[in-house]
Design a protein around this ligand. Structure first.
Ligand SMILES: Nc1ncnc2c1ncn2[C@@H]1O[C@H](COP(=O)(O)OP(=O)(O)O)[C@@H](O)[C@H]1O
Ligand SMILES: [Mg+2]
Length: 399
């Protein structure tokens, strides 16, 4: 870090040393005759594919190229040159704060990152001082790049690595927590049977047992999420998987209330190759979410159809070949657009007691089956989840 800081500072200084310019124009050293055409440095800076903002010691904008304007979410304006940077950059206070500190900091940030509040973009930046021939700081330059896309791509990579490491740790912790939790539940149960004559103790112990059970569900979800999936693939009839999932989701009876569930899965549907336990988990989680969203009343419909790969030009097209599409729709409150983008992220939840792992697990299992999952608004209100899984062995279609 330190050494690259010094490299950056040296790089800014070195051309000046060679050319020994007039002391008054330190920012634009005169190139040796015939070597570098007039205006080259200026053009170079303005055409850099990174954002550049430079300020003078007295706090005025000296350079601000188009990329800088674009990344900072501002409209380009040549008249900004010479104006106080605090005014020009007033809409991006995160940036003006960095620039304001440039003359005070002993170590200037190099390859630091910042999320701009205004646009949500992530920039990677380096701050350097502009020094004159005598080594006095006469200005500062912020050099930055929009990392949003890079970040999105790399973040997935990094996240995978991080999750692998974190996953091991989380799995170990979850494993350790599982036993004491089970202990608490069992012991509370024993006490509850012994203290039959105290209604207060009965209700407290019932709460303890309930909370322990809930914590256990979260631990199980964390384990399911972090554990690498090893599919035990076999030919399975989707109808069976869905029936089992309904039984499992039903066991959260308090959630289900009066919600009606309609299933339209043709028994004659082609078998799919998959892991029955994992697939069951998908529908258990989707059903549980639907029940939780509806607060005890409404309708959930599960339908499955076989789709011929060639005929399908819809959003599921990248699952090649014949597929089975299963939709789980509810007429609950629906998912607001700003929430929709995040529902598959691990730990994202809108519920006070939620783990936020249900849909992350669903996605993980769907991915492991080379399938895909889409979510949308149900016409007439509510939510539709659509799971598309490939039918892998066409020779078994009618077998
Ligand atoms: N059928 C649904 N209707 C409305 N919102 C839903 C539905 N399914 C999921 N959600 C939203 O997605 C979020 C994430 O779901 P999930 O990953 O299962 O975590 P959790 O259920 O623990 O909150 C929920 O908190 C909820 O806001
Ligand atoms: Mg859930």
């Amino acid at each position: 870090m330190l050494s690259s800081d010094m490299t950056a500072a040296k790089a800014t200084r070195s051309p000046r040393k060679k050319s020994r310019p007039a002391a008054r124009r330190p920012a634009a050293p005169k190139p040796g005759p015939g070597v570098v055409p007039d205006g080259f440095y200026k053009a170079m800076v303005w055409n850099l594919r990174n954002g550049v903002v430079a300020i003078t010691r007295d706090g005025r904008v000296a350079v601000m190229n188009d990329i800088a304007y674009r990344v900072l979410g501002m409209r380009s304006n040549p008249r900004d040159i010479g104006r106080p940077f605090m005014e020009v950059l007033k809409d991006v206070p995160d940036v003006s704060r960095i620039m304001a500190g440039s003359f005070e900091l002993s170590h200037l940030p190099n390859r630091a990152e910042l999320r701009l509040k205004k646009t949500g973009k992530v920039i990677g930046y380096t701050l350097s001082l502009v020094k004159d021939a005598r080594g006095r700081s006469v200005g500062a330059t912020l050099f930055f790049k929009d990392l949003t896309r890079v970040e999105q791509l790399e973040e997935r990579e990094r996240l995978r690595d991080r999750l692998a490491a974190l996953g091991e740790m989380a799995a170990a912790i979850a494993h350790e927590v599982k036993n004491p939790l089970a202990g608490i539940e069992v012991m509370a149960g024993i006490l509850k049977r012994q203290l039959t004559e105290s209604p207060d103790a009965q209700s407290i112990l019932a709460d303890i047992i309930k909370e322990a059970k809930m914590a256990n569900v979260i631990v199980q979800e964390v384990l399911a999420f972090v554990r690498p999936i090893r599919l035990q693939v076999e030919d399975i009839a989707l109808a069976d998987v869905i029936r089992d999932a309904m039984t499992m989701a039903d066991s959260h009876a308090s959630l289900k209330g009066e919600v009606e569930v309609k299933v339209d899965v043709p028994e004659a549907l082609r078998p799919i190759q998959g892991d029955p336990h994992q697939l069951r988990q998908i529908f258990t989680n989707l059903l549980t979410n639907a029940f939780e969203a509806m607060g005890g009343i409404g309708l959930v419909e599960i339908a499955a159809v076989a789709v011929d790969g060639d005929e399908d030009a819809g959003p599921a097209e990248h699952v090649a070949g014949p597929t089975i599409q299963i939709t789980v729709s509810d007429n609950g409150p629906g998912i607001p657009p700003e929430v929709m983008e995040r529902i598959f992220s691990p730990f994202f939840t809108t519920k006070p007691q939620g783990s936020g792992l249900g849909l992350a697990i669903v996605r993980k299992i769907v991915d492991a089956h080379d399938g895909r999952i889409d979510v949308g608004e149900r016409p007439g209100g509510g939510t539709v989840f659509r799971v598309t899984v490939p039918v892998r062995s066409p020779q078994q279609l009618f077998g």
